[in-house]
Design a binder for this molecule. Structure first.
Ligand code: FAD
Length: 277
């Protein structure tokens, strides 16, 4: 069976030292694993406009394929068109197109633009230049009215011109398989790559998961909590669980795995090595 596509996600570091480490230490080590591309998140409301561009440009200049994430985030069409032109000029050929979330403290001051409209806008302004991927939610986006409507909106984003989707992370592999079946039944025939979050810091993961529509199964919570402050046992158990998850995905012919690296080498590399990719 062919190896799945592998990609690695970063967020733009807040400090110069963090950026230096990401670009000069983390990226060469992760790139040695042979990913198809890196992606770099975009802060709510365009708050990382410059830092996302900075990280993306440096990675691209090193000859590595990279996909900036993008959302309208309160910007008007001219501002987003200008960002698209900048990326084109820098040789970027991939994008991850999102609605994003309202930055805290913004209230209703900002109008969120759904991802399908952003995809249509990118296609209108730049034709086929970019390979565009969008977000998908095997356990369903937290604001969705229903399971089927979330799938219908995913189809809308793909029909607007996206080439594929990357999922929110999940630990319930059955949820992903069921979701793929439901997407196929809804007429979706584009690849839905699995987003995978290595487990390192359990408390942070549990807090984040409550907001983003990803469930940590009870048996994993129970086991993690039983380790208390024993970080080495948490790391070891997390590695086993996520390796097994990825192995099941690969055995089922999953088209690709997108690692949420959290800007760290080791958790992702350890899973990667366990899988013998
Ligand atoms: P949409 O596809 O617009 O969907 C949002 C909600 O609205 C869903 O409930 C959907 O069912 C519904 N919906 C969709 N289209 C319509 C429509 N046309 N009319 C009415 N309802 C609709 N966040 C960031 O801030 N920065 C990032 O870089 C980032 N990267 C991400 C990468 C991945 C792979 C994933 C899975 C998520 C990422 N996120 C990021 C989080 C994402 O921005 C949030 O989950 C956000 O709440 C939804 O974005 P979306 O693009 O999925 O929105």
């Amino acid at each position: 069976m062919a190896n799945p596509r592998i990609s690695f996600e970063y967020f733009p570091p807040k400090t110069a030292a963090g950026k230096d480490k990401l670009l000069n230490e983390t990226t060469p080590e992760l790139n040695a694993l042979g990913p198809e591309f890196f992606s770099v998140t975009y802060g709510a409301g365009g708050t990382t406009r410059d830092s996302t561009l900075g990280v993306v440009s440096t990675i691209r200049d090193a000859g590595i394929d990279v996909a900036p994430h993008l959302s309208f985030g309160g910007d008007d069409e001219d501002a987003v068109a200008a960002i698209l032109e900048t990326y084109k000029a820098r040789g970027i050929q991939r994008l991850v197109a999102l609605r994003g979330d309202m930055p805290s403290g913004m209230g209703t001051a900002m109008q969120l633009v759904h991802a399908n409209d952003l995809v249509a806008f990118i296609r209108e302004r730049t034709g086929d230049h970019f390979n565009i991927e969008v977000a998908a939610y095997p356990e369903i986006h937290p604001e969705s009215k229903s399971y089927q409507s979330d799938i219908a909106f995913l189809k809308q984003k793909l029909d607007a011109g996206a080439d594929g989707a990357i999922t929110q992370y999940f630990y319930n592999v059955e949820a992903y398989f069921y979701y793929l079946d439901q997407c196929t039944a809804a007429g979706i025939d584009k690849p839905i790559y699995a987003g995978i979050m290595p487990i390192t810091n359990y408390e942070n993961l549990a807090r984040f998961s409550r907001n983003c529509g990803a469930e940590i199964p009870r048996w994993i919570c129970q086991r993690m909590e039983s380790f208390g402050d024993d970080q080495e046992s948490i790391r070891q158990f997390g590695l086993e669980v996520v390796t097994q998850l990825c192995q099941t995905l690969i055995d089922s012919g999953c088209p690709g795995i997108h690692f949420y690296t959290m800007n760290q080498v080791e958790p992702t590399r350890a899973i990667y090595n366990n899988l013998g990719l």
